[in-house]
Design a protein around this ligand. Structure first.
Ligand code: C5P
Ligand code: MG
Length: 284
């Protein structure tokens, strides 16, 4: 099933096979998919150049002043290396990640961003879904398999990316940070509890209603690119099987072991959805 992919690594191939067989036996009506967005459904790089996250789409846009762009870039240069630093523990990184998200959101709010310009900004951006995204989204929709996109990015931007790509189907549900606009359509705050890279477990537990609705689907395919994504399925009720696929995009050598220890399948510098698609085709 995986012969085509040279980027694929597994610590325990037998375990992966057992999980897959068990999931296939249960049938596709017991399956749900939970996926991160930035750098998981979207590409990390294209033609040697980094692709933007939801935040970067805004940061680099015409809606942000040059002065603010500088500040946002400084934040990125300070905190992104911490995010991917394998020598620091999650406990150590967590308060710093909250600091990053909070400072960035405060700066964005200062820019008085207009809701009616978001679609244009996304259209003009270099956001790119991974190769194979049509098959991924369309196949899940055709088989009525729920897809939860669970993102510490910006929900309004993420939705626009998948809407413009023509894949925001009715089976897609999004948990993310949503913008709150005033009555004239200007950004005034972000809604609800902040979702950052290391509190997806708390985010999942706040949304028990969603998982309650899906309690007849105890088999989970989880896709992520960060170790923080591993807790996205913590709200799933009566879980039977979970197959975790992790994209390892950056700092490969330093992080490979920790990814192999926590994801069932690790895709190293793979810019496609070929492997998740192969899994879906096998399971449906
Ligand atoms: O886990 P998820 O992919 O949803 O996290 C969002 C990503 O957005 C993080 O990997 C982080 O690098 C990025 N980010 C950003 N600008 C910020 C905050 C986060 O690009 N201000
Ligand atoms: Mg991500």
């Amino acid at each position: 099933m995986f012969e085509k992919s040279s980027s694929l690594c597994m610590r325990d191939p037998q375990r992966v096979q057992d999980i897959l067989m068990s999931m296939q036996k249960s049938g596709s009506n017991t399956l749900q998919v939970i996926s991160d967005f930035d750098m998981t459904l979207t590409r990390f790089a294209y033609e040697g150049k980094r692709c933007p996250t939801c935040h970067n789409i805004l940061d680099n846009s015409k809606l942000i002043s040059n002065d603010c762009k500088e500040k946002l870039k400084e934040l990125l240069n300070t905190y992104y290396p911490i995010e991917i630093d394998s020598s620091r523990s999650i406990e150590e990184k967590l308060p710093l990640m909250v600091e990053w998200w909070t400072k960035a959101h405060d700066l964005l709010v200062e820019q008085r961003i207009r809701k009616d310009l978001l679609a244009t900004v996304v259209r003009e951006s270099e956001a790119r879904l991974r190769e194979g995204f049509q098959l991924f989204f369309n196949h899940l929709h055709e088989h009525s398999i729920p897809l939860l996109i669970f993102s510490a990015g910006i929900g309004d931007i993420l939705e626009e990316v998948i809407r413009q790509a023509g894949v925001f189907h009715s089976n897609v549900k999004v948990f993310s940070n949503y913008m709150d606009f005033d009555e004239s359509g200007v950004l005034k705050a972000f809604k609800g509890e902040l979702i950052h890279i290391y509190n997806k477990r708390e985010g999942a537990l706040l949304n028990t209603g969603h998982f309650q609705e899906l309690r007849t689907r105890p088999n989970v395919l989880l896709l992520g690119d960060s170790l923080g994504d591993l807790t996205m399925a913590d709200g799933v009720q009566d879980m039977e099987n979970i197959l975790k696929i992790g994209f390892l995009n950056d700092k490969v050598e330093e992080r490979k072991q920790s990814y192999l220890d926590s994801y069932d399948i690790v895709l190293v510098k793979d810019e496609t959805l070929e492997v998740p698609n192969a899994v879906l085709l096998y399971l449906t």
